[in-house]
Design a protein around this ligand. Structure first.
Ligand code: SF4
Length: 899
């Protein structure tokens, strides 16, 4: 394959399924599976991949896939399913009007899928009740961009982070959530050691570990910090008056609001819980550095004042004119692979296609004419949280959910499930058969998955890339655009949805973006409207706009001061800091912050299949400061119950000084398919930002208490099992077995009977051996089948169990000798099976204990030395921050322990 070509006989160039970095991938189908490599020619990653992208090949099997339509639990043919969906929608529209139907879509959809869904709902059903799970991650950036720029535009590109002299990462754990972009930043710093990085985050994340300055501000105080910066910049002469006068408005009010709310560095430091010296350092670095990029993500967006936080950041860049030029600008990092594509086609309830506005009559008329649509709603539809509230209230009678899992991911998630149960008709298009959301569906429609589907995605820097299929469609699965178009045709909209391939849809999308160019807008890819199918297939990554003026795309916007407000000027917005919706109190004294972990993605439907990825952080956990852990009687490794006003969950306690006292962190990923009582969003406050509708995922008051487990344990089994009496149960995929972390509230009376009830199937050739220490509350049992280890169980009254890795290593063996059987019963690893500890490097399976021993005993002092000795950190690089942290923590001890 040449660097420019999209396909060879065996390899296909495509784009990663996960985050908004949008890395290029070369997928090669081989006899033993699919080989995944970074695409060296793709401008987002230049060949790099993170742990998630590198493990994509492990997630392509058909286990658990939805491969045929299902109507009320019964498999059926497509004709029956499509007719049922079309008739169901029409019936509700006839009886209750178009506002009684809703689509809830996803940043996982391709742009072509998104375009067709939006066109059907807004143009032909005539409602704006289509919203997307992107509402949950970047809607505040959209609203902030529109307030400031008049349009939803990310002004810069990834090179800006490399070229900047100061990079501010606000509410963005990029080392884990945008790893390849972080790797690019790290590589740039190696060549430009003067470059500084400031991280603004209440937690000392892996990203903060590598920063020159970490501002661990009190949760919810971001606007004070940024207002203080605006005021400081004004007072110390950093205003770009020429830019401000010519291209901006609203600055007097913005500056006055900043002065009032953040009058001095001491006042800011007090309000934000920071040291004055640290605030002063940040402000002075920003003041004295021309090339500044402020990149921000969910820590800014997911808040009831997320839009204000975004505008507080944009204000500082507008005041100084640092926007749209190389190495400078504000930069919203999107979470999902195609959140940006969804924005382009109007996947949000308050947008029209092609970055046009629903509330603007000229825009409505433009789109209606282009689509030849019978109708268009005159105002915005219901945003995600409102949409589910309307279902709960009975105003929305039917919903079609595409490629997302709201029963896990919406705030107040138990209520979201209840809302679905109240709908007359729930249709779910998904590639997986069993999710927490498909469990609520009346009709299930099998969609294609990554590797099978074909279309385009847009990454955080406005770069449109092709996702190409390299696997055949399995079973009856179909592309989302095909499913939506087929339903639309059955609803009578035959001509408007006569699509035969994604290229045809892309051409229409591109043509709409250039239709009536006198209506000025930023999103314009009209130069691509004439691509034939072959050219579409070969389309190379490029950044919009792509039009007559910029046929090869454009890396940066707004450097020329041309904004899209009616006056053509950017707006600085006066920001009055507001506290989060609910403050902690005596009943709920801690602040819950939710987010991603390094090696999982969303609700784990794909990453949960990869043993490599499961090895890093395998169970849902609550990270808490050790002082808080003492206050709340929590023991490291034990199980805690978390409660909020909205719900509760169970999680393992991880004590960490990286956590700010008073705050806790819980990952967002786990759900009923992988763990019992582990959906953190069941706890999350459903309060939303009044402008963006984005929920407050980073600030829910909670309390945490010890969960009175009577016993703890783990089970390893060659197959999936259903474990009784374990209220706490987490299923983890290992390479050749399943692992279950378990605990229960009621003592187990008869250990052997309990263990055999779920591990032993009738088989005369199988033998069960066990050991019970009744006084010590310990039990171990193992089942051998034809000489091989079939399953084993370890129980204890305390969370002091051995690491499960060495028993797991016995599964691949044809024969388990007596020595190893004894070691299992004794709960002691054999001498030649040392415990590697929790996995740090997912690519090479290197554990924490191995690393610590190498650092202490072999005197390894840097990441390169560890890589040379153990290979850790030499592939995707996602674990490098953790390696650095281990070196920092353990290198000092080596003098005592080196041989
Ligand atoms: Fe995929 Fe990782 Fe690149 Fe994100 S950074 S697109 S998850 S390879």
């Amino acid at each position: 394959m040449t660097s420019g070509s999209a396909r060879s006989a065996t390899s296909v160039k495509t784009t990663c399924a996960y985050c908004g970095v949008g890395c290029g991938i070369i997928a090669t189908v081989e006899a033993q599976g699919v080989r995944i490599q970074g695409d060296p020619a793709h401008p987002a990653n230049f060949g790099r991949l993170c742990s998630k992208g590198a493990a994509l090949g492990e997630t392509l099997d058909l286990e658990g896939r939805l491969l045929a339509p299902r109507l009320y639990g019964q498999e059926c043919d497509w004709d029956s399913a499509l007719a049922a969906v079309a008739e169901g929608l029409q019936d509700v529209i006839r009886r209750h009007g178009p506002e009684a139907v809703a689509f809830y879509v996803s940043g996982q959809l391709l742009t072509e899928d998104y375009y067709v869904a939006n066109k059907l709902m807004k143009g032909f059903i005539g409602s704006a009740n289509i919203d997307t799970n992107s509402r949950l991650c970047m809607a505040s950036s959209v609203a902030g961009h529109k307030r400031a720029f008049g349009t939803d535009t990310v002004p810069g590109c990834y090179e800006d982070l490399e070229e900047a002299e100061l990079v501010v990462l606000a509410g963005a754990n990029s080392a884990w959530c945008h790893p390849v972009l972080f790797q690019r930043l790290r590589a740039a710093r190696e060549h430009r050691p003067a470059q500084r990085v400031v991280v603004i985050d209440p937690r000392r994340t892996a990203t903060a570990e590598e920063a020159d300055l970490h501002l661990a501000l009190a949760p919810g105080t971001d606007t004070v910090l940024w207002n203080g910066l605006l005021h400081h910049l004004r007072r110390h002469g950093a205003v770009d008056f020429a830019f401000l006068e010519r291209h901006c408005q609203g600055y007097a009010d913005a500056l006055e609001a900043a002065r009032r709310s953040a009058p001095s560095i001491p006042a800011v430091a007090r309000a934000c819980g920071l040291a004055e010296a640290d605030v002063a350092t940040f402000y002075n670095w920003f003041l004295s550095t021309e090339k500044v990029v402020s990149a921000y993500s969910q820590g800014v967006n997911q808040s009831t004042c997320g839009t204000d936080k975004v505008n507080a950041i944009l204000n500082c860049h507008l005041l100084t004119g640092r926007i749209g030029r190389p190495g400078m600008g504000p930069f919203s990092l999107t979470g999902q692979p195609n959140a940006m594509g969804g924005r382009e086609v109007g996947g949000l309830a308050n947008q029209l296609a092609a970055h046009l506005d629903l509330e603007d009559p000229t825009h409505r008329e433009l789109v209606q004419t282009f689509w030849q649509a019978p109708t268009l709603p005159r105002g915005p539809g219901l945003k995600a949280v409102e949409m589910f509230e309307a279902m709960a209230a009975g105003r929305i009678k039917t919903v079609w959910i595409m490629g997302t899992n709201p029963v896990v991911s919406l705030p107040d998630a138990d209520r979201a499930r209840e809302a679905l149960r109240r709908c007359e008709l729930v249709v779910v298009s998904d590639c997986m058969a069993e999710t927490d959301t498909t469990a609520c569906a009346h009709i299930l429609l099998p969609a294609l998955a990554w590797g099978e589907k074909d279309g385009t995605v847009t990454n955080s820097e406005r770069r449109i890339s092709r996702q190409r299929a390299f696997l055949p469609p399995p079973g009856e699965a179909r592309p989302d655009w095909w499913i939506v178009s087929a339903v639309a045709r059955r609803m009578g909209f035959t001509a408007a949805f006569d699509y035969h391939n994604p290229a045809q849809i892309f051409r229409e999308h591109a043509a709409l973006s250039g239709f009536r160019p006198e209506v000025r807008r930023d999103f314009d890819i009209s130069a691509l409207a004439g691509l034939d199918d072959a050219a579409y297939d070969a389309l190379q990554p490029l950044q919009w706009p792509v039009n007559e003026r910029h046929p090869g795309g454009r890396a940066r916007l707004f450097g020329d001061g041309a904004f899209y407000t009616p006056q053509g000027k950017a707006r600085l917005v006066a920001i009055e800091p507001r506290p989060p919706a609910h403050a902690p109190d005596r009943e709920y004294p801690l602040v819950l912050n939710t987010g991603r972990v390094r090696d999982q993605w969303h609700t784990m439907t794909r990453t949960g299949k990869s043993p490599r990825l499961a090895a890093h952080l395998p169970v849902p956990y609550v990270e808490i400061h050790p002082v808080d852990a003492i206050s709340f009687r929590l023991q490291d490794g034990a199980i805690a119950r978390l409660r909020s006003r909205w719900g509760e969950m169970l999680a393992r306690v991880r004590c960490s000084e990286k956590q700010r006292p008073g705050s806790i962190f819980v990952p967002m990923h786990w759900n009923d398919q992988f763990a019992r009582h582990a959906r953190v969003d069941a706890l999350v406050n459903p309060a939303t930002d009044p402008l963006s509708g984005e929920p407050e995922f980073k600030h829910t008051p909670v309390r945490v208490e010890p969960w009175p487990a009577a016993w703890y344990g783990f089970v390893l089994a060659a197959r999936e099992v259903d474990i009784p009496q374990a209220e706490y149960c987490v299923r983890i995929r290992a390479s050749d077995h399943f692992r279950y972390e378990i605990a229960g509230l009621q003592p187990i009376e008869d250990h052997p009977a309990w263990a055999r009830s779920f591990l032993c199937t009738p088989d005369a050739a199988a033998e069960w051996t066990d050991y019970l220490d009744r006084a010590g509350g310990r039990y171990r049992g193992l089942r051998i089948q034809r000489g091989r280890l079939d399953s084993c169980v370890f129980l204890s009254q305390r969370p002091d169990l051995p690491a499960p890795d060495w028993p797991g290593s016995f599964f691949g063996r044809d024969h388990l000798p007596a020595r190893d059987r004894l070691s299992l019963l004794a709960g002691q690893p054999p001498r030649d099976a040392p415990d590697a500890g929790p996995i740090v490097c997912a690519c090479f399976g290197v554990g924490e204990k191995t690393l610590v021993e190498a650092i202490q005993r072999q005197g390894l002092r840097d990441v390169a030395a560890i890589g040379a000795r153990l290979k850790a950190g030499t592939n995707c690089g996602s674990c490098i921050p953790e390696l650095k942290s281990l070196i920092a923590k353990n290198a000092a001890l080596d003098g005592h322990s080196r041989d």
